[in-house]
Design a protein. Structure first.
Lengths: 313, 215
C-alpha cells in the first residue's frame, strides 16, 4: 500500500482544517504584526503570509514545531561548500547572491536573462511551512518564503512540447570552493516533469524564517518540492531550461541505483544502504515514521498513477 | 628514572588520558549542545572514526618498535587496542541504544540486509575475543595461538575500512586514506616477515605482549 488515505488516520488526529487555518493565520498575523509588518518589504522583497498554508493537508504536520533557525542554517547538504554538513555554514561566505541573473532557456516563448531583483518584484513571496525530508533519513520543518514555481513558469510561456524543466546551479569554483573537488559532476543539475513543476506545492524559495535565504540554504533562489527528498531542491539556481526529454540529475548520474529522477519520499522503498521507513526529526530523540510523499499524497499521488513506486526512489 | 619507570609512570598515564580526550569531548559537547543539529549521528560518526583510528594506531606499534630505541612502545599496545575496542563499543551502543532505541526488528534487518552494517557488526564481533584475551592469563594460556588470534585485528581493521567506504555517500577521500594506511601497515608487516620465514620462527612462540615481550 503506497498511499495512506486520509480515512486511515484516526479521527482524533485530524484537526478540522478551518480550526487549523485560523490558528495558523492567527499565529502568522501575530508574528508579522509583532515585527511591525502586515505585508511588508524586507531587504527588498515582499513578505506576506499564506493563510491557506499547504501544510494544512497533512494532519500530522499541523502541530509540528518548526526546526530552530540555528539548526536549519548550520546543518546543510550543499556539497559546493564541502561535504560535511557543518561546512556550508562556514564556507558559503564566498557566494555572492547579488547581482544574480537567472537564465530562462529552451522551449519557451520568452527566454532571456532575468535579474533576481525583477524576479522578486514579479512574484511576491509568501510563507510556506513545509517538512523537509532528506534522503539520509533526517527531517526538519522549515518556514520558507517563496512563490509557486508555476507562476514563474507561466510568465515565460513554455511551449506545449516542453515536458520537463531542468535547473542548474551556479558553476564558479571561486564562489563555490567545493566545486574544486570532483566529488560530484558540477554544476549541480536537477529536473522536474512539467506537471510536478506546475503543482501548486512546488516553490521557488527566496527566504527562510522571514529573512532572505542564507547562502548555505541556497541563496538567492532555490527549489523546494516538499514531497521529494531534499536533494531535488536544487540551490543557487542560475538556469531554468524547458526541455522535451528527462534531464539527468546530478545524484542520479552519480549513483543511479541509489537516487532516481523522481526521488519521491516513500517509506516502503529503502535506500540500498538504509531504511527509509523512519526518520529523525532534527532535535528529537526517537525516530518517527516517514509518510508516503512526505504527507502530501493527497495533492500529488495522482501524478504517479500507473507508475511503479519502486522506480520512483 | 629508568626506561620502564618512564613508560609506567609517564607514558602510560599520558596516553591513557589522551585517549580519553575524544570521548570526553563528545560528552562535554553533548551536554553543551556542541554536537550540531544531529547530535546522535555526530556521536555515531565520531566514535566510529576514533574506533578505526585507534585500530590503526595500535597497528603502528609493531612497525614503530623496530626503530632503534623504540622497542618499549610495545608496552602501550594493549592499552591502545583496548581503546579501539572501547570506541567501537561506544559506537555500537550508540547505534543500538540511542540511534535505533532498541528497535530490534530494525536492527536485525540492518545487520542482515545491509552489507555495510553486516561488515561493521563482524568487525566489532571480532574485537570481542581480542579484548577478552588481552590479559596476561589468557596470553600465557593461549601460548602461540595468541599471536595467531590477534592477527584478526587486521581483519577487523579491513572490515572497518570497508564499512566506512560503503557508508559514505560520495566523498570517499577519508575512507580511502584509511585504506591506504591499513595496506601500508600490512605491507610493512609482510615485508618484514618474508625473509624471516627461512629461519625457524620463534616470533609466534613468544607472544608480543607487554609482560613478556623482550624484543
Ligand atoms: C554493528 C556494528 C556497527 C554498526 C551498526 C555501525 C554503524 C554505523 C553507523 C550507523 C554509522 C553512521 C553512518 C552515517 O550516518 O552516515 C557509522 C559510521 C562509521 N563507523 Fe560504524 N558501525 C559498526 C561498527 C563499526 C566498527 C567496528 C568500526 C571501526 C572499526 C566502525 C567505523 C565507522 C566509521 C569510521 C564511521 C564513519 C565516521 C565518519 O564518517 O567520520 N563502525 N557506523
Amino acid at each position: 500500500m503506497l498511499i495512506k488515505r486520509p480515512d486511515e488516520f484516526k479521527v482524533s488526529e485530524i484537526t478540522p482544517e478551518a480550526v487549523f487555518l485560523n490558528r495558523r493565520e492567527f499565529m502568522a498575523a501575530g508574528g508579522v504584526a509583532a515585527a511591525g509588518l502586515a505585508v511588508g518589504r524586507l531587504d527588498g522583497w515582499t513578505v506576506g503570509h499564506e493563510p491557506s498554508n499547504r501544510l494544512s493537508a497533512q494532519p500530522s504536520q499541523q502541530d509540528d514545531p518548526q526546526t530552530p533557525f540555528q539548526a536549519v542554517t548550520t546543518y546543510n547538504n550543499f556539497y559546493e561548500f564541502g561535504t560535511d554538513k557543518s561546512e556550508p555554514a562556514k564556507n558559503a561566505g564566498t557566494l555572492k547572491p547579488r547581482p544574480w541573473t537567472v537564465k530562462v532557456e529552451g522551449m519557451a516563448a520568452k527566454p532571456g536573462d532575468y535579474n533576481i531583483e525583477d524576479i522578486l518584484k514579479w512574484f511576491p513571496a509568501k510563507e510556506y511551512v513545509y517538512r523537509h525530508r532528506c534522503v539520509e533519513a533526517w527531517s526538519m520543518v522549515i518556514p520558507w518564503y517563496g512563490f509557486p514555481l508555476r507562476d514563474f513558469i507561466n510568465r515565460f510561456e513554455p511551449s506545449p512540447k516542453a515536458k520537463f524543466v531542468e535547473f542548474t546551479t551556479l558553476m564558479d569554483p571561486k564562489q563555490m570552493p567545493g566545486q574544486r573537488d570532483l566529488v560530484l559532476d558540477w554544476p549541480y543539475v536537477e529536473g522536474l516533469r512539467m506537471d510536478e513543476a506546475m503543482n501548486p506545492l512546488t516553490l521557488f524559495a527566496v527566504g527562510i524564517y522571514q529573512k532572505p535565504l542564507l547562502n548555505q540554504n541556497g541563496a538567492p533562489i532555490r527549489l523546494v518540492i516538499p514531497w521529494k527528498y531534499g536533494f531535488k531542491g536544487i540551490k543557487s539556481i542560475v538556469k531554468v531550461r524547458f526541455v522535451e526529454t528527462q534531464p539527468l540529475n546530478t545524484w542520479q548520474l552519480a549513483a543511479p541505483s541509489e537516487y532516481s529522477f523522481y526521488a519521491n519520499v516513500n517509506p516502503a522503498v529503502d535506500h540500498p544502504r538504509w531504511s527509509q521507513a523512519r526518520e529523525r526529526r532534527v532535535g528529537e530523540f526517537l525516530k518517527r515514521p516517514t509518510l508516503p510523499f512526505n504527507g502530501f499524497g493527497e495533492q500529488v499521488a495522482a501524478m504517479y498513477k500507473g507508475m511503479d513506486p519502486r522506480t520512483l526512489y | 628514572m629508568t626506561r620502564s619507570q618512564f613508560i609506567r609512570f609517564v607514558a602510560e598515564p599520558a596516553v591513557f588520558a589522551a585517549a580519553l580526550v575524544p570521548a570526553g569531548l563528545i560528552a562535554w559537547q553533548g551536554f553543551h549542545g556542541g554536537l550540531g543539529a544531529e547530535p546522535i549521528r555526530e556521536i555515531q560518526l565520531r566514535t566510529g572514526w576514533w574506533a578505526l583510528t585507534f585500530l590503526m594506531i595500535t597497528l603502528c606499534v609493531t612497525p614503530l618498535r623496530r626503530i632503534p630505541g623504540w622497542n618499549d612502545v610495545i608496552k602501550l599496545r594493549r592499552m591502545l587496542g583496548l581503546f579501539a575496542f572501547f570506541y567501537a563499543m561506544l559506537h555500537f551502543s550508540n547505534y543500538i541504544g540511542i540511534d535505533q532505541f532498541f528497535a530490534w526488528s530494525e536492527i536485525t534487518k540492518d545487520i542482515l540486509k545491509r552489507p555495510w552494517i553486516t561488515v561493521g557488526f563482524v568487525a566489532v564481533t571480532l574485537l570481542v575475543p581480542l579484548a577478552a584475551t588481552s590479559n596476561g592469563f589468557m596470553i600465557r594460556k593461549l601460548g602461540r595461538r595468541w599471536g595467531a588470534l590477534h592477527r584478526l585485528v587486521y581483519v577487523s581493521g579491513a572490515l572497518g575500512v570497508l564499512h566506512f567506504l560503503w557508508l559514505v555517500k560520495k566523498d570517499t577521500r577519508e575512507p580511502i586514506t584509511f585504506a591506504f594506511i591499513l595496506v601500508g601497515l600490512l605491507a610493512l608487516r609482510l615485508r618484514r616477515r618474508a625473509p624471516k620465514s627461512a629461519k625457524p620462527r620463534t616470533e609466534g612462540a613468544t607472544p608480543r605482549e607487554p609482560a613478556t615481550a623482550s624484543g
